[in-house]
Design a binder for this molecule. Structure first.
Ligand SMILES: *Cc1c(COP(=O)(O)O)cnc(C)c1O
Length: 404
């Protein structure tokens, strides 16, 4: 092969042999999930007419309605909101939180400090006047993953918030089973709703967690690399109705929202998503193997069960971190000629370096990597639309790192 060195080629063959059972398990998950998606498309009689673009109010748009039914069915929920007009995962989570919480209520997070972008939504940074939950008199409490929170479940707690993925932290990711157990415990012991930040988790397992709301982004797993933008919320009919009044306005709710022709991409992406997620999971397991073999600390390890797409590799040197990100960028389909540089990203204390050459701006179901420039120089990577491109990128990243 001309594209990669003989050393890389041999390493790839070795990894593929060692990972055979891991790949089989990922394939098994993908086929079960594909079956669930096929059933939902059939049960809801998806047809080409559902791709028609609506404009304006979009009352009773059939494509929007069917898309939301398909998502709800696959995710095992009563109802869903699936909208291209939700700009990102943060907005989807915000809609859920403001939909469920009222002044005087408490939000309780039981998985440690939430994803960075939620700090301003909750009002954790002390800034006033942006209309955060804190500005509306909603209190916030938090404990670490695994802490006994039963003593914190007083009658003021209206939402128990669970972040499934490790995000940019070092804690393990929660499995759907673990979340389901927590949901049942919360429901048995309080009147609180359980809301799950499901980002990066969808389709990595054969079911999604039980909860009043699960929420995510369409430029991650459930968009399958095809959806151009958007977010979803799925859950109980009651929780989705409350969220719908925040999505649009009280009273109007989910009955409006034109599709502007985005329904086809969302449905095609959702159809592809079990497969695309499998490509990303294999890319992650492959990279864990080759970097671990080369002596780096990785998490999860190649043979650990995965409940999200995120893989970390600890490189212990700034030059190695930069080399890694440059190699990912140079093997991307878009902007392969760009050289990523560490920069002062607003809201972060250290410089951050990012590699992402994606068809969809900022999409992280496509192969991407980022890292704060600080010891121990851990890179967070995720995604990969095809396993083949994922492998070539990771082999190039390893060569670049070893060349430093
Ligand atoms: C991606 C992500 C979000 C939302 O981020 P956006 O960039 O707004 O889509 C929230 N939580 C977790 C764990 C995430 O991975």
């Amino acid at each position: 092969m001309e594209l990669i060195s003989e050393r890389s080629y041999n390493l790839m063959r070795e990894a593929d042999t060692a990972l055979k059972e891991i790949y089989e398990e990922i394939d098994r998950t993908a086929i079960i999930n594909t079956g669930r998606v096929i059933n939902a498309f059939r049960n809801n009689r998806v047809s080409e007419s559902h791709f028609a673009a609506s404009t304006g109010y979009g009352y009773d748009d059939p494509g929007r309605t069917v898309t939301e039914k398909v998502f709800a069915e696959v995710f095992g929920k009563e109802k869903a909101l699936v909208r291209h007009s939700i700009v990102n995962g943060t907005q989807a989570i915000t809609i859920g939180l403001f939909g469920l919480l009222r002044p005087g209520d408490t939000m309780l997070t039981i998985t440690g400090r939430p994803y960075d972008t939620l700090e301003e939504v909750i009002g954790l940074n002390g800034k006033k006047g942006m209309g955060s939950l804190a500005d509306f008199g909603i209190s916030y409490r938090q404990c670490e993953l695994g802490d006994d929170f039963s003593g914190m479940l007083d009658e003021k707690v209206k939402v128990v918030h669970i972040q499934r993925s490790r995000g940019y932290g070092q804690r393990p990711t929660l499995s759907p089973d673990e979340i389901t157990k927590i949901t049942r415990f919360v429901h048995a012991n309080s009147k609180a709703y359980v809301m799950v930040d499901n980002c990066y988790g969808e389709f990595t397992c054969t079911e999604e967690p039980e909860a009043d709301l699960i929420v995510g982004s369409l430029i991650k797993n459930p968009g399958g690399g095809i959806a151009l933008t958007g977010g979803y919320l799925a859950g109980s009919a009651e929780a989705i109705e409350l969220a719908s009044y925040r999505l649009t306005s009280p009273g109007t709710g989910g009955e409006v929202g034109c599709t502007l022709g985005q329904t086809r991409n969302m449905l095609l992406g959702f159809w592809m998503a079990p497969h695309t997620v499998a490509q990303a999971l294999k890319t992650a397991a492959f990279s864990a193997y080759i970097f671990e073999k080369a002596g780096f600390d990785v998490s999860p390890k190649y043979n650990e069960k995965r409940y999200d797409l995120i893989q970390t590799v600890t490189l212990h040197a700034p030059e190695k971190l930069e080399a890694f990100c440059r190699a990912i960028q140079h093997n991307s389909p878009i902007d392969s000629f760009v050289t990523p540089e560490p920069w002062d990203m607003p809201g972060y204390s250290d410089k951050v370096i990012m590699a992402a050459g994606t068809f969809t701006g900022g999409s992280t179901i496509e192969l991407s990597a980022d890292a704060p420039m600080r010891a121990p120089y851990t890179v967070f990577m995720q995604g990969g639309l095809t396993f083949e491109s994922g492998k070539l990128s990771m082999l190039a990243a390893l060569e670049a790192v070893l060349g430093q």
